[in-house]
Design a protein around this ligand. Structure first.
Ligand SMILES: *[C@@H]1O[C@H](CO)[C@@H](O)[C@H](O)[C@H]1NC(C)=O
Ligand SMILES: *[C@@H]1O[C@H](CO)[C@@H](O)[C@H](O)[C@H]1NC(C)=O
Ligand SMILES: *[C@@H]1O[C@H](CO)[C@@H](O)[C@H](O)[C@H]1NC(C)=O
Length: 526
């Protein structure tokens, strides 16, 4: 996935009246005296971080940034992040590690500095979407970097102005790295503490990925700042006057006059989201209980059509008829209501992976069985062993109430309300084995052993009302997400749904076989 970050940085315009003389405490060095240069620039950061108005040196620490915007247009992080009145702090403790190129005929120059703790502290406003959820908030922000290693490189040349030689900065590049990036955004999600705390934990747990995303924007901010600082020095003071008389550098490295609103720069990057998941399901289901199903030992219903054993077309038809005609149940056959088919409880527990939830369903009615199309019914022979049945439900809905608790991706999710999961062209394939067993009454009954089922659907709809305790924006979005990603969600839920349906079918089928001697299910042999 691609995303772009656009950074627009404006820094305060400081009216600057440049004084030709350096304060006495400014140390100047001989040209190319490396050690002197490092110490002198470090001393500048230490002693003059509050600024020296007489020479137009703005405060370096804190260095105020009026506005800084990060706009990420597409991809999983889709946000507009505006920073206002951000103070960049920590540069007074900068240690200059390297300074080169300050020669009598300068072209390339570079500076390397390490700031032990650099913080961007100010106000932020965020609007957008992180992964699946709308994120908004406005409050105080703190982005802090430890051991911020900044490398500045620029090229330029000496140019003649009014008979004096000035160094003119051409291309300017900033790279930085940090050993740790901390973020804290207060009042996220309009103050929802659970969501906000979690988002902050997520941001910090994944600081390396987040920093990778924000780096172009922060680098661009640093570039603007340092380019202004460095250019300003060279624009104000003729190159030779920066040095001691014998040809040396004055280290008034910082007398920045910021230009307003730099050009927008666009960056691209990539983000990878932790979606490759391993889900653990467990499913517990309690059916209507066999006590609801009357046990009869004999098939009496004359309207129930019987077939010859092994006559597949007839058996297919008979099973179809059973579903169609007896949707409210066939007590004589030990069948409770088929449509709706009530499930008292169904729990989906996903222990690991991005979807980490406990989802309890209660009083779920499965509807759609009355329109079932029986595609296949194999193995109903006089000496039965393996049997196979293929059922297609044009529309199957599971409507009931749910309670959810857990985490979806990074955010805590909770809610309790009405749920509706609907599947179109729900195609069930079941296969089981078993054999005939003689019961106490001397008659043979088919005893089911193992059953296996699989299913597919052409579309899965899901709606959970009252998610996030009724927060409409978050809830609507989560439902939208669930439906936009129904194939992935279904993949996750499939084992649970197959488990539920298998238990239902097993209960129905074994109930029929347990109550009616096998041969009485069929027409008497001729
Ligand atoms: C900013 O965050 C850093 C790191 O968590 C912390 O040490 C510092 O005190 C915070 N600064 C402010 C002003 O909150
Ligand atoms: C800072 O980064 C430069 C490369 O950009 C590297 O050579 C140097 O060792 C780093 N310094 C520290 C203190 O990490
Ligand atoms: C369940 O959802 C399906 C598909 O969106 C819809 O057609 C059906 O009317 C819903 N059922 C109930 C009871 O809300």
């Amino acid at each position: 996935m691609k995303l772009s970050a656009v950074l627009l940085l404006t820094a305060a315009i400081i009216g600057c009246a440049f004084a030709a003389k350096f304060p006495a405490s400014f140390s100047r060095c001989k040209q190319e005296d490396g050690n002197c240069l490092l110490e002198a620039i470090t001393a500048t950061f230490r002693s003059f971080h509050k600024g020296v108005p007489e020479i137009g040196l703005v405060p370096l620490d804190p260095l105020r940034i009026d506005t800084m915007d990060i706009v990420q247009g597409d991809g999983p992080i889709n946000i507009v992040l505006n920073f206002k009145k951000v103070d960049l702090t920590g540069f007074q403790h900068a240690n200059i590690k390297k300074a080169s190129g300050f020669t009598s005929n300068p072209t390339k120059m570079d500076l390397n500095l390490v700031v032990p703790v650099a913080s961007l502290i100010g106000g932020y406003r965020i609007n957008g979407k992180v992964l699946i959820l709308p994120i908004q908030g406005e409050g105080a922000s703190n982005m802090t970097m430890a051991d911020c290693n900044i490398s500045l490189k620029w090229t330029g040349k000496l140019v003649d102005k009014n008979g004096k030689q000035f160094y003119q900065v051409d291309k300017f590049k900033v790279h930085f790295d940090t050993s740790r990036f901390y973020m804290d955004f207060s009042n996220l999600f309009n103050g929802d503490k659970a969501l906000g705390d979690n988002m902050n934990v997520f941001l910090n747990d994944n600081w390396q990925d987040i920093l990778k995303e924000l780096k172009p924007a922060i680098s661009a901010a640093f570039t603007k700042i340092f380019e202004a600082v460095v250019s300003n020095v060279f624009n104000k003071v003729p190159y030779n006057e920066l040095y001691l008389a014998s040809g040396s550098v004055a280290v008034e490295i910082a007398a920045p006059v910021f230009e307003r609103a730099g050009p927008r720069s666009a960056h691209t990057g990539t983000i990878s989201i932790l979606i490759g998941c391993r889900s653990v399901y467990s499913l517990t289901m309690r059916g209507s209980g066999s006590d609801c199903w009357e046990h009869v030992s004999h098939l009496t219903s004359a309207t129930y059509s019987r077939c010859n054993a092994g006559d597949e077309p007839c058996i297919v038809q008979a099973i179809s008829d059973t579903f169609h005609k007896y949707q409210s149940g066939v007590p004589g056959l030990g069948l409770a209501s088929l449509d709706p088919l009530r499930i008292d409880e169904m729990d989906i527990v996903q222990g690991t992976g991005p979807v980490n939830i406990v989802l309890n369903f209660k009083n779920v009615d499965i509807t759609g069985f009355k329109d079932v199309v029986v595609k296949k019914a194999k193995g109903f022979t006089t000496n039965p062993n393996v049997m196979e049945m293929n059922l297609v439900l044009p529309v199957a809905s599971l409507v009931g109430s749910y309670k959810i608790k857990g985490k979806v991706l990074i955010l805590p999710i909770q809610g309790e309300g009405a749920s509706n999961m609907t599947m179109v062209n729900c195609d069930f394939l079941m296969k089981w084995n078993g054999g005939l067993e003689k019961h106490a009454n001397g008659k043979e009954y088919y005893q089911m052993n193992k059953i296996k089922a699989s299913f597919d659907t052409t579309r899965f709809y899901m709606h959970l009302s009252n998610l996030f305790n009724g927060d409409k924006a978050l809830g609507d979005n989560m439902n939208q997400f669930l439906n936009d990603n129904w194939e992935d969600i279904l993949k996750e839920l499939k084992p649970a749904i197959i488990g539920a349906f298998t238990k239902i079918f097993r209960a129905i089928i074994t109930n029929v076989f347990d109550n009616v001697p096998y041969e009485e299910l069929f027409l008497p042999n001729a």
